[in-house]
Structure formats: structure tokens, C-alpha cells
Design a protein around this ligand. Sequence first.
Ligand code: NAD
Length: 421
Amino acid sequence: MSQDNPLENALVRLDEAASHLDIDADVIEKLKFARETTKVRLMIRMDDGSRKSFIAWRCRYDDTRGPTKGGIRYHPESTAEEVETLAFWMTFKCAVMNLPYGGGKGAIQVDPRKLSKAELERLSRAYIQAFARILGPDRDIPAPDVYTNSMIMGWMADEYSQMVGQSSPAVITGKPIALGGSLGRDDATARGGFYLVRHLAADLGLSEELHVTIQGFGNAGQHMAKLMTSDGHKIVAVSDSEGAVYCASGLDVAALIHAKQNGRSVLATVGHGGHEALAAEDLVGVACDVLVPAAMEDMIHARNAGSVKAKLIVELANGPVTPEADAILEKMGVTILPDILANAGGVTVSYFEWVQNRQCYYWELEEIHSRLRVIMEREGRAIWNVAKDKGVTMRTAAYVHALLRLSQAIEAHGTQSDFVA
Ligand code: NAD
């Protein structure tokens, strides 16, 4: 994240939501600060025999509604403020979806591409050794995030199980299927966003065949491209960290995914099927109906928001639109389906994984899809109605919807009025 204090930006949204509700001041006092952020230095043996240390964090932001839940990110620019901001968003995301969780997040400040597989495994196991005291199926449940994957989750679950001396798959979600992972977790984030768009399409005045631009072509971006094309829409532009490609008549999604699976950039497809290279900074301004940020935070900001042509932004990434850009886009009449709703399919299927681990009974893929669709549509519709009733954006409505649930839980412990005569 680029700002000096990204949590301050996030808290702007809390204040905005609070202004639409009659809630106790205690609620804001509680949600303004993370309850616990732990920083450690992980020391591991490198392949060349030397020892190297890495800073790591785990934040449990708020656990009023249940054990904290949130991914672990491996990124060279991660900071404590970023981790707390992401944990704040998880608190609201779990409340938006009515999952029985609070919000958490973790990170290691590392560029995982510079480590061997064996070093990565040692680092991932060291993370669990350092944070085992905080973690647990009823305490804090991690999952994958940027640059972490199911293999890493499998190592972490194994390390935790070894430390507590019993099989404990529910301590972490996003595991490989063979180690207690859930069917449908791989595309859950994109699928949730996709179900949401389909459900609200008529209300949003979307046409039958949509032209879609996707920023970031990792897990979320690739699955969104697949789901949208299989539903008859066209992906006209995509980007990754190295550049962007464009094709007005629709990109060849299979070729793009093939390039990424072989460790290459989307740029490797230039020249194939009419794919043209596009300057990465021009991606946001491509003519299309739907723009899907699926990369990192703050990618749509005050300097490029004015160039957006899309009618709808679907935030699969966390925090891709800054508050300044939000204001510009609102004036332009662009609808934003906010991250805490649009990408909540991921944590929802993580919740299904945790439930299946605890009951030792595993569901069919159809059951996962249908349960996910029901929740996305239920919460999406409720937030749509809040937006219409209060005349606010979908983002503010999502925060209002979540804050109401959080405040009910916090106020259930008593408010000032319960304690003064
Ligand atoms: P990923 O690591 O699989 O993919 C990230 C992609 O973004 C990569 O293709 C990378 O090249 C690209 N990228 C990085 N910097 C970029 C830049 N400057 N311009 C364009 N592309 C850039 O990660 P992911 O799991 O797909 O997550 C993407 C976003 O979605 C993150 O914000 C993450 O927090 C959010 N998210 C993911 C999940 C999930 O289940 N995977 C769930 C909720 C939210």
C-alpha cells in the first residue's frame, strides 16, 4: 500500500457508515484500533548454509463476532499498517457475509520469488512456530493471500498439527484438497464476484454481452476471465505486474492462462489472436462495461479515476480504489461493487472448508457453488436495498450493513447507558 497510514483511509469508511446509523460511541471506539498486532523476526537457514531473518506480523483486529479470520501475504513491501488495514477489512467482510468470524491478517516481508522451495517451506513453518500461541481453529484461522498458495497452507497446517500433537486441519483454510481443503476454494473469490454481477445485472442496467477489463491476472483475475467468457462475455484487456494486453474483439483467455501457468507474463501472448501490447497505465481507461481490479491496493487513484470508461467496477482486489478516486467515480456515475462484498466469495468458501474440517464431512462441488450463490445473492441484495433506501453508494451501504451486525454484537455486551443510573 502506498499511503503513509492506509488504516486512516480505511477508517474514513467506518466514520461514513457510522453517520448513517444510530450506534453507540463504544462501537467506534472498539473498531478504531486493532485488538492485537504481533511482530516477530523469523530466522531460517538458507540453502547456502547462511541464516537470514524476515519480519512477520499477525494481526487479530476484532473478534467480537468469532475467531479472527484472514490471509497471510508474502510481499517485500508489507508493513504493519498494511496488515492492520487488511485485518480491518476482514472484520467488515466477515460481518457483510454474516460469517461467524472476526477479522485478522498476516504477512511476511519477503519476495518469495527469491527463495527456493525448501527455503519457502522453512519460512512458512517458522511463521507457524512463531504465531502458534495466537492461532487455532477457535482463535485465529489464516488462509492464502497475495503470493501464498495451497501448498504453503498445507505446510502451515502440518506444522501446527505437529506442534499441538493432533491433526488440526481447521486451523487454516485454502489447503490442498488432499489435506482437507474444500472443493471450489480455488475459484471462490472470482465466482462470488461473478454471481454478484449476474444477480444485480438487471438492476445495474448491464447488457447481455459485456466487455470486461481485468487488472491483475493471478488467481482472482484468471478465474474471473474464465467465468465471464464461459457466460458469453468478452475480456478485452488484462494486465499483470509486467504489462497489459488488449484486443477489442476479445482476448484468448486460454492462451493468457497458459502463458501464466508457464511462468510468463500476459505480454507473451502479444501477436497471438490479435492481442496487442498496451501500456499498463492505460488499462484503467480502456473502453469496456466492467472493470475488475484483481491486483493490489490503490491501483485506481485520483490521477487515473477520471479516465475510467466502465459503468461498473467489481473489486476482486482488496482496497483497489482510494477514497479520492471513489469520490471522482461517484460523480461520474460509475457503480462500484466494493471489495468487502465483491471478493467475499473467497472467505465464504474458506468458512465452508472450516465447517467441513470440523464436521469431518465433505460436500460436493455443486453444494459449495449453490451455498456460495445463495449467500452472495442474499447479502448483495440486502446491500443493494440499503444503498437505495439511504441514497448511498454500494460501498457505504456495505459498510453500513456490516457495521450494523458488528454494533449489535458489541452492544450486546452492554453500552454506556446500561452502566449509568
Ligand atoms: P495473485 O498473487 O494470484 O495475483 C496477483 C496478480 O496481480 C498477479 O498476476 C500479478 O502479476 C498482478 N499484479 C501485481 N502488481 C500489479 C500491477 N502493478 N499491475 C497489474 N497487475 C499487477 O493474487 P490473488 O490471490 O489473485 O489476489 C489478487 C487480489 O485479490 C489481492 O488484492 C488479494 O488481496 C485479493 N483477494 C484474493 C482472494 C483470493 O482468494 N485469492 C480473496 C480475496 C481478495
